[in-house]
Design a protein around this ligand. Structure first.
Ligand code: SF4
Length: 342
């Protein structure tokens, strides 16, 4: 019997949404829209030889189906094989060897509500992977230098900095520090009134150009917009597998707001005590704190019909109404119409 099957590579995974599907290309970090009919065709091809499938279609339909199969093969999403059993699906287990992956800390240098360094120390001791430090008020290199010293010997992967620009801020010292400490990425200088600074950064080598953002925008504590947007989607194996079990915006995240209160996310209403009285580790161990880590998009109304549900990172709080799970903030995308609101 003819055994010619069309099989997608294990790292190219089709995901069905309400009105269309998407092939997630986890190795090349991209995605491609496909019609729902092609999604169904791909599922059939996995288990049924093309020669058998052909008999289920009219000649015109089969010509169309074949053109899609050839397109997918040419684009290197899949291949034709007579031994599909040799190409199993990718395992979906996800594991991270620590209690916290990332953290957001908001800190006001003019009116500090807590000591910054002990908080950073706790995160480093927990082997936190990424920290975003959002600074407000008066910010100097005297505030930042001790933090840079702390991360030097740590396992931290990135320190993402939001720094308020002011006329006296020593940008040259910050840029020089970035050259030595490659984990300072990205650095955003906001409320920047120095028009020449962007030119200075752009005229340097690619190192600073690709790491420093300069904006006139003024950020305020607790209001930074983190709504899902297409440019923020993450397409890789780690994210995809995490999304099968977890809420990728909240899982193993711990945040400290500008007043020192510990939360799942800065903009969530519920707090888990003040950072001057609670150790971050004891909060991370609380079942109530961990609860939202497990509301994956598959369980959340609207997201469960969205083709982006395994690439979208959304930090919105979760609400339960009449036994159904919802996100508190609407993302602006409608899976029914495939349109984004302005
Ligand atoms: S509907 Fe859900 S999964 Fe889709 S883009 Fe919005 S927040 Fe993300």
């Amino acid at each position: 019997m003819d055994r010619n099957y069309f099989v997608l590579f294990a790292c190219c995974i089709p995901v069905k949404g309400h009105g269309r599907a998407v092939i997630y290309d986890l190795q090349r970090h991209g995605y491609e829209y496909i019609p729902l009919l092609v999604y169904d065709l791909i599922q059939e091809c996995r288990y049924t030889p093309l020669s058998v499938l052909e008999k289920r279609y009219t000649p015109a339909e089969w010509a169309g189906a074949l053109s899609f199969i050839h397109y997918l093969a040419d684009a290197e999403y899949g291949f034709i094989t007579d031994t599909p059993e040799d190409f199993p699906d990718m395992p979906m287990q996800w594991h991270f060897p620590g209690p916290v992956i990332n953290s957001v800390i908001e800190y006001d240098g003019s009116q500090p509500a807590f000591n910054l360094q002990p908080v950073i120390r706790q995160l480093l001791d927990l082997h936190c992977h990424d920290i975003q430090l959002r600074l407000f008020g008066h910010c100097t290199m005297e505030l930042l230098n001790p933090v840079f010293e702390q991360i030097r010997e740590s396992t931290l992967y990135t320190l993402d900095l939001l720094v308020p620009w002011s006329p006296g801020f020593d940008t040259a010292a910050l840029f020089s520090r970035m050259q030595k400490e490659h984990r300072l990425i990205p650095v955003t200088l906001y409320n920047c009134r120095d028009a020449s600074l962007a030119a200075v950064v752009n005229e340097t080598d690619d190192f600073l150009k690709t790491r420093v953002n300069i904006t006139k925008e003024l950020f305020r504590p607790g209001t930074i917009n983190e709504k899902p947007r297409q440019e923020l989607f993450v397409i890789n194996t780690e994210f995809f597998t995490e999304a099968q079990q977890h809420n990728t915006g909240l899982n193993r995240k711990i945040c400290v707001d500008v007043n020192g209160y510990i939360r799942n996310h800065i903009q969530h209403k519920t707090d888990f005590g003040h950072v001057s009285q609670q150790q971050l580790k004891s909060v991370l161990d609380m079942p109530a704190f961990q609860q939202k880590w497990f509301y994956k998009n598959d369980q959340i109304e609207k997201c469960n019909t969205c083709e982006y549900r395994y690439m979208c990172m959304d930090t919105s709080d979760i609400v339960i109404r009449k036994g159904k799970v919802y996100k508190k903030k609407d993302c602006g995308y409608d899976p029914l119409t495939q349109q984004w609101a302005d």
